[in-house]
Design a protein around this ligand. Structure first.
Ligand code: SAH
Length: 227
């Protein structure tokens, strides 16, 4: 799936993001760099934040959620070692930015988002960008996506105290999972490879993501229910 590279006023800024934030920190896969140089990240934030969209930090997208820092998107995507033929499960669609990047480096993206308004906005933008190989569904992603499992790769952009069991179960043999695991305010970014049915765990670094809220993640707090 290819997003057409549009000429826009942020083209240079996008390239600067690659040259100053991604390459110096060790992102090397050319397909990932190409996707990050092509996807118009500014469109995934509100217009007042366009000028900041390519900066080295996450930004708010409403509902107390964030679009991940560009480097984090690149690191997580690269860690999945995709070749273009894979079926990928993404948990936490958010703005849809990570989904758009994945759509360029995988064959098909199944993306699950808990908050309906966020999912609707992402779906609309992804359609406008012709990301026809991404399906966005509303639901609790801690169950995974059993109907279309198994997946070659799974990526979760929200953090949990533990890896939901469904993710390992829904990975193919040799499949890769990347997700932040740990406490509310700080987590380790884990890469898990399924080898002979077992989870082989590597730590990619420290990170801080919003919470994965659901049956097998964090429980929703009372003040988050609006009651
Ligand atoms: N990669 C996204 C980041 C989204 S932030 C981007 O670049 O925009 C994480 C998202 O995970 C939020 O939108 C949040 O609503 C969603 N989320 C949290 N718990 C979830 C769950 N159990 N299932 C699906 N989505 C969830």
């Amino acid at each position: 799936m290819t997003i057409r590279a549009e000429r826009d006023i942020y083209e240079r800024t996008r390239q600067l993001m690659i040259d100053t934030q991604l390459i110096p920190r060790g992102i090397t896969q050319s397909e990932v760099l190409h996707a990050m140089a092509t996807v118009p990240r500014h469109l995934f934030v509100e217009e007042g934040l366009y000028a900041q969209a390519y900066n080295d930090y996450p930004l708010p997208i409403g509902e107390k959620q964030t679009i991940s820092q560009p480097y984090m998107v690149a690191l997580m995507t690269e860690s999945l070692a995709l070749t273009g033929t894979e079926k990928v499960l993404e948990i936490g669609t958010g703005s849809g930015y990570q989904s758009a990047v994945l759509s360029m480096v995988a064959d098909k993206v199944y993306s699950m988002e808990r908050i309906p308004t966020i999912a609707a906005r992402a779906r609309k933008l992804l359609a406008a960008l012709h990301c026809s190989n991404v399906i966005v569904r509303v639901g609790d992603g801690t169950f995974g996506w059993p109907e279309d499992a198994p997946f070659d790769a799974i990526i979760a952009a929200a953090s949990s105290p533990q890896v939901p069991e469904a993710y390992i179960a829904q990975l193919k043999e040799g499949g890769r999972l990347v997700m932040p695991v740990g406490a509310e305010d700080s987590q380790k970014l884990l890469k898990i490879t399924k080898r002979q049915g077992k989870a082989v765990v590597e730590t990619l670094g420290e990170c801080r993501f919003v919470k994965l809220i659901g049956r097998y993640g964090w429980q929703m707090e009372k003040r988050e229910t609006g009651c």
